[in-house]
Design a protein around this ligand. Structure first.
Ligand code: PMP
Length: 317
């Protein structure tokens, strides 16, 4: 992970020096977790000297939906957010892989927890970013003793800042116990997802993943993976509840998400998954995924939105 900070941020309607994008210690979102955010990746394509942002409009739609769950009144569309992001990235002049964080927050500094009758704002910043987990080819995972937040307490389908306390409990306890990550069960006892990534497993040639109604995030990478599994790898994908013991018997399993990308799960609670090494389906998916996100796969170029001016393909005589 990079330690380089952004130079600029979008804040209060302008692109400003990053140091100027600050809020009060009394800020409502800081105190009560009343925010919605996103996580988007941009991939630097060396061959074309181009930065490609992966599915930005889908990310901004999810972002605005997350804010809508909080009753935020925002004067933005996915397209207007993309315009802001384009200006921000061009100003940063990144020539490397980046992570982009849009955040919708309550601007007020006041005591009183609620969602209504407040002022809402959007901020955005970007920074160089590498891998989210140490080894994307072999994660050791445990089943968390925590449960996933329920739709009737904090909806997991949105990316809401306060609900990441749940993710932080899951992640820290897993890492303190010596694991890379954890799978968390929902209130029904079925597999939900990882602390910040979605879960898939392969068993007897069929791919399984929990449905959105299992208290998981409405995620972009999950949708991408379902399409790639069906259309490119040619496997059947079933969205259905998954029992913990099914995971122990899986042939292959993996996490996916903007941050984690595609990360093989090679053991769960010290039980090897399949051979205990990354399997052929996950390996093929990883190759495919990195080709797609970096703009090297012509069939999926519509998912790669270029940041810098298009390089002309023909020269005028
Ligand atoms: N689940 C959770 C809880 C997450 O935080 C993330 C990361 N945004 C994901 C899944 C993956 O979502 P996406 O593919 O949209 O990045």
């Amino acid at each position: 992970m990079s330690r380089q900070l952004p130079t600029y941020a979008y804040f209060e309607g302008d692109i400003v020096p990053f140091e100027q994008a600050t809020v009060s210690v009394m800020n409502h979102t800081l105190n009560y977790g009343t925010g919605a955010f996103g996580g988007i990746r941009g991939y630097w394509n060396e061959d074309e000297e181009q930065l490609f942002v992966f599915r930005p409009l889908e990310h901004f739609t999810r972002f605005l939906n997350s804010a809508k769950l909080l009753s935020f009144e925002l004067d933005y569309t996915p397209e207007s957010l993309w315009k802001i992001l384009l200006e921000l990235l061009r100003k940063e002049e990144w020539k490397t892989n980046v992570y982009i964080r849009p955040l919708a927050y309550v601007k007020n500094s006041l005591i009183g927890v609620r969602l209504h009758d407040l002022e809402y704002g959007v901020t955005m910043f970007s920074l160089p970013f590498g891998s989210y987990v140490d080894d994307e080819t072999g994660c050791s995972v445990t089943i968390s003793s925590w449960r996933r937040v329920d739709d009737n307490s904090i909806p997991a389908r949105g990316k809401l800042t306060g609900s990441y306390v749940n993710s932080a409990f899951i992640k820290t306890d897993a890492q303190r116990a010596g694991f890379t990550e954890a799978l968390v069960l929902n209130q029904d006892g079925h597999i939900a997802e990882g602390s910040a990534e979605n879960f898939f497993m392969v068993r007897n040639g069929i791919v399984y993943t929990p449905p959105i109604t299992a208290n998981i995030l409405e995620a972009i990478t999950r949708r991408t993976v379902i399409d790639l599994m069906r259309d490119e790898i040619g496997l059947q994908v079933e969205e259905r509840n998954i029992d913990r013991s099914e995971v122990y018997l899986a042939d292959e399993a993996f996490f996916c998400g903007t941050g984690v990308q595609i990360a093989a799960i090679t053991s769960v609670d010290h039980r090897p998954i399949g051979t205990g090494e990354m399997g052929p389906v996950v390996s093929e998916l990883r190759d495919l995924y990195f080709g797609v996100v970096t703009g090297h796969n012509p069939k999926y170029r519509h998912w790669n939105v270029p940041v810098y001016e298009e390089i002309p393909t023909t020269t005028r005589s």
